[in-house]
Write a protein that binds this ligand. Structure first.
Ligand SMILES: [Zn+2]
Length: 166
């Protein structure tokens, strides 16, 4: 999936998490929402896509989301923030599993390195790297805009409305 869907989820989560510091919260949760894709660094180190530490491998697992939650808990001791972190990071592989290409996500790593998809995959998979600058890349962006912009609109309108209330 291109980043827009993940950013939209992060913005909605950030807005739901904090009224007072909504924009900082939206930014932080958007970054967390995209964190699993930091695994594209694997390509730099020539780690194959299908490897457990390749793209959509270990970082796209439930265990990784739990680990992120544990780190946040150790840093902040905030149950709500920990739960939001876990859920937001977990949405990443769950959404990627709705895409129609690639290898699927190693959701149950390290129990198994098997890659999973949902039974239906309505979201076109994003081409990696410069491939985004193609007709297929454009179609991916448009599809994600249509599917996920309601979350962004809700987050922004809600934040604005609350700002004028106070
Ligand atoms: Zn991903």
């Amino acid at each position: 999936m291109a980043s827009f869907g993940h950013i939209a989820v992060g913005m909605a989560a950030g807005r739901a998490f904090s009224r007072k510091r909504a924009f900082i919260s939206m930014f932080a949760f958007s970054a967390l929402s995209m964190l699993p894709d930091a695994d594209v660094i694997a390509f730099v180190f020539r780690i194959p896509y299908a490897n457990q530490f390749g793209h959509r491998g270990a970082s796209h697992s439930v265990v990784f989301a739990v680990l992120c939650g544990v780190i946040v808990w150790l840093l902040r001791r905030d149950r709500r923030l920990t739960m939001f972190t876990f859920v937001v990071v977990l949405t990443h592989p769950l959404l990627d599993m709705l895409t129609d290409g690639g290898l699927g996500c190693a959701l149950l790593w390290p129990v198994t390195s098997a890659r999973y998809f949902w039974p239906v995959q309505p979201i076109p998979v994003a081409p990696i790297g410069a491939g985004m600058l193609s007709a297929r890349g454009l179609m991916v962006v448009v599809t994600e805009l249509v599917l996920f912009s309601p979350l962004v609109i809700w987050a922004l309108l809600r934040s604005r409305a609350e700002k004028t209330e106070t």
